[in-house]
Design a protein around this ligand. Structure first.
Ligand code: HEM
Length: 407
């Protein structure tokens, strides 16, 4: 039986090899016994209850800027919303809405719906998917960013390649050689976006680039953050969702009969159960008191969103999917001033793809592979998830308008 400092015998530390695969026993124990806990193994404070995470994310004593700066390899990144606090952050966030706010979303909605259909058309031709993330999540995430950025489809391959390379910057425990490659790729991505922004066609990116409130470097910082923080989490959220959805015929049937709001509710529940970004870092600028305890100044702190999302004080049957759970105050998108700017976009894009998938392939089932959780810390992601799509019931698209199911 293994012993981990700060945890009872037999419970793997969430950063250990076994704990990275299944961190939930540790999260459950910590939340119940020490919701504000100084972890002797990492030297960081782990905050695991819903009430404590909500309070932390709102409290200016916890600095996101300092929390992100601690990740030394991010030094080369242009300043962005996640590396600033207070007034600096608000100044960047307001124009950031030009890229990710409701008007931006509305302007790409129809194109993304058509892209989701094209992704499913390709899947239908394959019949069996060897890897749902690569064959569904990655093309969806690439299309979403491609549309927001006004990139021609010829450039989507380059975008996906660069996005994949910079995504290692998400994982705080990536080995140094991998992290170095991620840093170099960030420079390449920034140069690619800079050149594209020069002559971008009308698009949310073009509106952001033309906004006088941001310097060129700041504008590139916002774009870079959207790629690093958005591409892989969105792609992986599809795999994580299918992991829970596919083996449950009742849930698939319920999603088939759900209206647009019901589909968003189901997507929220899937994000709650398996948050692609399981925690986010802060540093205390001064002593800070949370409902579950006090943290001294100058400490590194993780708000463990994935633990808060399974807090039995807030969610009944927290480890089970309840696809019509309402309200669902999950923290998969964080909270407070840094709440994910793309939350609506992610919920909508995910709900759209999943709804169309269950309509079009009513018998879709997990394939014969045994999927496994990757040992990365961020994002939380499933690997090797194969899918037997079964019979193709067709798109249900109107031959006149082209509008499809779940539109
Ligand atoms: C499933 C997919 C996604 C998840 C789970 C997610 C989650 C999060 C979380 C937890 C934060 C807060 C971080 C913190 O407080 O330290 C955040 C912030 C942010 N996210 Fe997302 N995100 C997703 C996709 C996206 C996408 C697709 C984009 C852009 C295209 C995006 C853009 C942003 C931005 C710009 C911020 C920073 C907001 C700020 O600091 O004011 N995210 N996201």
């Amino acid at each position: 039986m293994t012993t981990t400092p700060g945890l009872p015998a037999g419970i793997a530390h969430p950063f250990s090899p076994a704990g990275r695969i299944d961190p939930y026993p540790a999260y459950d124990w910590l939340r119940a016994h020490a919701p504000v806990h100084r972890d002797p193994m990492s030297g960081m404070w782990l905050v695991t209850s819903h009430a404590d995470c909500v309070a932390l994310l709102k409290d200016p004593a916890f600095s996101a800027a300092a929390g992100q700066r601690e990740r030394a390899r991010d030094d080369d990144l242009p300043v962005s919303m996640l590396t600033t606090d207070g007034a600096d952050h608000a100044r960047l966030r307001a124009p950031g809405a030009l890229l990710l706010g409701p008007a931006a979303l509305a302007s790409v909605e129809d194109a993304v719906a058509a892209d989701a259909d094209a992704v499913l058309d390709r899947a239908a031709r394959a019949g069996t998917l060897d890897d749902a993330v690569e064959q569904l999540g990655v093309p969806l995430a690439t299309a979403v960013l491609g549309r927001l950025f006004g990139l021609g489809e010829d450039d989507w391959g380059t975008l996906a390649q660069l996005a994949r390379a910079v995504s290692v910057n998400l994982d705080p425990l990536a080995p140094p050689p991998v992290a170095r490659l991620g840093r170099a790729a960030m420079g390449e991505l920034t140069r690619f976006l800079d050149a594209h922004a020069e002559q971008a066609p009308p698009s949310p990116l073009a509106r952001l680039a033309a906004d006088p409130r941001l310097t060129r470097q700041e504008m590139l910082g916002v774009l870079g953050l959207a790629v690093v923080g958005g591409w892989q989490p969105l792609a992986e959220s599809i795999g994580n969702a299918l992991y829970w959805l596919l083996p449950r015929p009742d849930a698939r049937a319920a999603l088939r009969s759900a209206d647009a709001e019901g589909a968003l509710t189901a997507m929220d529940e899937l994000l709650r159960l398996e948050a692609p970004i399981p925690f986010t870092a802060r540093v205390t600028l001064r002593e800070a008191t949370l409902p579950g305890g006090t943290i001294p100044a100058g400490q590194r702190v993780l708000a463990v969103l994935a633990a808060a999302n399974r807090d039995p004080a807030v969610f009944t049957d927290p480890a089970e999917p309840v696809f019509d759970r309402t309200p669902n105050p999950h923290l998969a998108f964080g909270g407070g001033p840094h709440f994910c700017l793309a939350a609506r976009l992610v919920r909508q894009a995910g709900a759209l793809l999943l709804t169309r998938l269950v309509h079009r392939f009513p018998d879709a089932n997990p394939g014969s592979s045994t999927p496994s959780w990757a040992p990365t810390l961020i994002p939380r992601r499933i690997t090797g998830l194969s899918v037997e799509l079964g019979a193709d019931a067709g798109t249900g698209r109107c031959p006149v308008t082209g509008a499809g199911v779940g539109a």
